[in-house]
Design a protein around this ligand. Structure first.
Ligand SMILES: [Zn+2]
Length: 173
């Protein structure tokens, strides 16, 4: 599995970093984890084709985690003419928020006759994570989504042997 860090920034572009977005390539497909407002630009800046993405998993519905979706969908519809299906998974309310954001940025766009199939799966929240804690055996920890205070302490983070996420970094797992 290969992880490419598309965006490691916070909501405000601190340190000149793009909003949160991770690109995972596995034998079974290609996946984005989060797709913040600047992510379509960041994907293209890194030479990655958004239309190769099979699915997008959203951690939550703040703009710096899902805000690029209207632009990504409309880019696929009108500019790059996507043909392969796209699956979007997120918390309850994802479809409504996505439709609302499409309408805010591009009125009447949520009623498009889409040239490619896409659907949203809403994942139940508040499931106990706690019983699975012993299953977490991270050998390395990487910090991301850093605000200016955290960015001022990167030497301490590195001294603690944690990885610091950098836009464009590629990590083979
Ligand atoms: Zn955030």
């Amino acid at each position: 599995m290969r992880l490419t860090i598309i965006g490691s920034g916070d909501a405000f572009g601190s340190g000149g970093r793009f909003n949160t977005c991770f690109f995972l390539e596995t034998a079974k497909g290609k996946l984005l984890v989060d797709c913040g407002a600047s992510s379509l630009v960041a994907l293209k800046a890194q030479g990655l084709d958004p239309n190769e993405v099979d699915g997008i998993v959203l951690s939550h519905l703040h703009g710096d985690h899902f805000g690029a979706l209207p632009f990504l969908l409309l880019d696929a519809q009108f500019l790059t003419r996507r043909e392969r299906p796209l699956l979007i998974a997120g918390p309850p309310g994802t479809r409504t928020r996505l439709d609302q954001s499409l309408e805010v940025f591009f009125p009447r766009s949520s009623a498009n006759k889409w040239r490619f199939s896409w659907k949203v799966i809403e994942i139940e929240i508040a499931r106990p994570l706690k019983p699975r804690l012993p299953d977490l055996r991270a050998r390395r920890i990487m910090l991301t989504h850093m605000n200016p205070v955290m960015l001022a302490h990167l030497d301490e983070v590195r001294a603690a042997r944690a990885l610091v996420a950098e836009d464009g970094a590629v990590i083979d797992l």
